[in-house]
Design a binder for this molecule. Structure first.
Ligand code: NAG
Ligand code: NAG
Length: 338
């Protein structure tokens, strides 16, 4: 649409200059140069505008089928997370006037797919996916490393969130290492997660906040291991089996204790999403997927060599991958180089 507008403007200008040309008899060559220059720069501006990401349906459109397919086909071993995420995101995005922003808290061991799922959500909501200017990612230890600067960070973070949501209500914020985020910063984001209609004149109700953390990971692992020891399928694990793991007990340490009391007790988190530890067969799937993504033939020898290189716990039984699928890419790089 913008392109069309630009072209119309250019045409109008052209017409005007042509008329001037007739009435004042400009020197034809000068006129042509001026005209050409004007037209070209107008067109160039329009073309740039056309490709610039905007906060509108052309750039932001949720693809529920896409998210479903991604979760089914590319997220391995997470029957619970997959179900909760799809329901939460689809439900929120089909609501025209939600009462609060969507707040998801993703818990589990590293490499189990928390980041991956966040990317899937971004990819199926924004045309530019994670590269969208409406996706904002914060990593506690990288962005806010010094506890003594917490007041400055807090101020900055609030400005960011406010600025970002003002320029586009449908913004996505991803906070990695949430359990390492300073209590002062948690305090700083709290107002935006709440049921307020406006905070300083800005509504945050269309925004999505995703918190990632390892908090509860050990408890989740223990539940999964108990199931395994009892010879039960991991798919039998229900959310209720993990409830204790991702609620009270998790937040015993000082820092996450604050998180607990301030965000969780106030019910600001809409969904807790547990990620189970991954088994050998899931790591194999990750390797196959990574080979596919790289356009390489899926060679089962490569798959088992890479999967076997990962370390597994508990030491004796070797059931779950220590790092999930986290370093599959690097291992594969190394292996494919030879
Ligand atoms: C939504 O996702 C599905 C599955 O990935 C894909 O086939 C379809 O083209 C997508 N639709 C749009 C509008 O992008
Ligand atoms: C939005 O957030 C980014 C960080 O992701 C920040 O650099 C930028 O300045 C913010 N934009 C506004 C308008 O505040």
């Amino acid at each position: 649409m913008r392109l069309k507008g630009g072209v119309t403007e250019a045409a109008a200008l052209l017409f005007l200059v042509l008329r001037l040309d007739v009435s004042y008899a400009f020197e034809p060559i000068t006129t042509t140069v001026v005209l050409g220059g004007l037209g070209a720069s107008l067109l160039w501006g329009s073309v740039q505008n056309y490709f610039r990401e905007g906060c509108n349906a052309k750039w932001i459109e949720f693809n529920g089928t896409g998210l479903k397919v991604d979760l089914e086909e590319k997220l391995f071993g997470q029957h619970l997370a997959s179900r909760v995420i799809l329901k939460a995101v689809t439900g929120f995005l089909s609501h025209e006037n939600p009462k609060k922003p969507l707040v998801l808290s993703l818990h589990g061991w590293s490499g189990t797919g928390k980041n991956y799922v966040s990317q899937m959500i971004a990819n199926n909501l924004y045309r530019k996916g994670m590269r969208s200017g409406f996706v904002h990612q914060f990593i506690a230890t990288a962005h806010f490393p010094h506890a003594e600067n917490v007041d400055v960070y807090k101020e900055q973070l609030q400005q960011w969130i406010k600025g970002n949501v003002s320029s586009c209500p449908r913004s996505l914020f991803i906070f990695d290492e949430m359990d390492k985020l300073h209590p002062g910063l948690i305090d700083g984001i709290k107002p935006y997660l709440d049921y307020y209609e406006h905070v300083d004149g800005v509504s945050y109700r269309q925004a999505i906040f995703i918190f990632l953390s390892n908090a509860g990971g050990e408890k989740i692992n223990k539940v999964a291991l108990d199931f395994w020891n009892d010879g039960r399928q991991r798919e039998e694990i229900q959310l209720s089996d993990l409830e204790a793991a991702v609620s009270l007990d998790v937040f015993n340490s000082k820092q996450s204790g604050f998180w607990h009391t301030s965000i969780i007790d106030k019910n600001l988190v809409d969904f807790f999403v547990p990620f189970l530890p991954l088994e050998y067969k899931h790591v194999q799937k990750c390797v196959r997927e990574e080979l596919k993504v790289r356009g390489k033939a899926v060679n089962e020898d490569t798959v088992s060599v890479v999967a076997k290189e990962m370390t597994y716990f508990p030491k004796q039984e070797r059931v779950f991958s220590d790092k999930g699928c986290k370093i599959v890419e690097k291992k594969l790089d190394y292996y494919l180089e030879d």
